[in-house]
Design a protein around this ligand. Structure first.
Ligand SMILES: Nc1ncnc2c1ncn2[C@@H]1O[C@H](COP(=O)(O)OP(=O)(O)OP(=O)(O)O)[C@@H](O)[C@H]1O
Length: 336
């Protein structure tokens, strides 16, 4: 069980630096025996960003989060979180909130007791701690569960309670390690809405580790993809998709008696194409390069067909999504 507290310090604020990036790492490295889990990671994350941290199983996401939240020591390299150097872990702990991958919850405590305890661990006075617990329970939609035992909460409620705990010290950076794991679609939606809201209302930087690429597309401003401990993609969604040059698939519909001509024309213009597989005699599948804007590559393909006198009945483009880029940069690597 990971329990991260600020020890005897006070709730973050006042003395903490407010300038500079939220996260900065240089050559950050960690091995387990011979296995290099995080390998020379360089990151610069501005404040207020919701960062999606992606990677196949065993890519190093949890190890990276555990180092940045000072649960785990790094073997080499350096980092700053909220402007605080890694050599000052106590101050980093005051500036961060964490929802660990597998958080342990005391089943015999009520939600309010548990949050109050964590607020007290960060130096909040008893009465203020109870008020803070009540406010946070309201923020995560658990106000009516204030006096409920944690044992009676659903998994989604526990995750939201865990997020409330991660906010108890008014952190500048929040790490959420797979917060929607095992939740049904409704629970996932609630957690994602909550993450968006805390980023906006608390102005915190959020690092969200997940395997659900849709989630990243929905709520993240930026994405970092790790593979075998290394950063293999870093940027906005559009940048990552473009740099990964994930090819897009075009679906073309022409009159059946024009298909052969359409295929010949595309081949003559170096556009890879083949008959569509769905039995429709006028369908053609073509591959468009991922490093060119889809409007431009589609326009070029359509122009050569029209110049050759091929009537185009329909055209659509698929691909170019984060999932395409993810598969391309990780090439199906992973522990399993
Ligand atoms: N305590 C440990 N002892 C030995 N090896 C470990 C330990 N923790 C992680 N590893 C190994 O380090 C590598 C990175 O693991 P890590 O859990 O950081 O990856 P991850 O991206 O979070 O994976 P997942 O998505 O499956 O949670 C993996 O090869 C893993 O097997």
């Amino acid at each position: 069980m990971d329990v991260i507290t600020g020890g005897t310090g006070q709730v973050a604020g006042g003395t903490r630096p407010q300038t500079g990036p939220a996260l900065e790492t240089h050559g950050l490295t960690r091995s387990y025996g011979a296995r290099v889990a995080v390998d020379s990671v360089e990151l610069l994350v501005e404040r207020g960003v919701v960062l999606g941290l992606l990677g196949p199983n065993g890519a190093g996401k949890t190890t990276l989060i555990r180092m940045l939240s000072t649960v785990l020591r790094c073997d080499a390299g350096s980092f700053r979180v909220a402007g605080v150097a890694h050599t000052d872990p106590v101050r980093i702990r005051r500036a961060v909130g964490v929802l660990p991958e597998s958080a342990g919850y005391p089943r015999g405590q009520t939600c309010e007791e548990w949050l109050t305890l964590h607020a007290r661990l960060f130096g909040v006075r008893r009465r203020d701690a109870r008020a803070l617990a009540a406010r946070l329970l309201g923020e995560v939609g658990l106000e009516d569960r204030r006096r409920s035992l944690i044992a009676g909460l659903s998994r989604g409620m526990r995750q939201r309670l865990g997020i409330a705990r991660a906010l108890v010290n008014d952190p500048e950076v929040v790490f959420l390690d797979e917060p929607t794991l095992g939740l049904d679609p409704f629970g996932q939606r609630q957690v994602l809405d909550l993450v968006t809201r805390i980023a906006r209302e608390h102005g915190v930087t959020v690092v969200l580790s997940t395997h659900v690429l849709d989630e990243v597309e929905q709520i993240c401003d930026r994405v970092v993809i790790l593979n075998r401990g290394r950063v293999v993609a870093d940027g906005t969604m559009a940048e990552v998709v473009r740099r990964a040059a994930a090819p897009r698939e075009g679906r073309l519909e022409v009159p059946a008696d024009h298909r052969a001509r359409a295929l010949d024309t595309l081949a003559a213009h170096h556009v890879p194409a083949e008959p569509g597989a769905n039995g429709h005699l006028g369908m053609v599948r073509l591959e468009l390069p991922g490093d060119v804007a889809p409007e431009d590559s589609s326009a070029a393909a359509l122009r050569c067909l029209l110049d050759a006198g091929v009537p185009v009945l329909g055209f659509s483009v698929e691909g170019g999504r984060l999932s395409d880029a993810f598969l391309r940069v990780t090439r199906g690597d992973g522990d399993e």
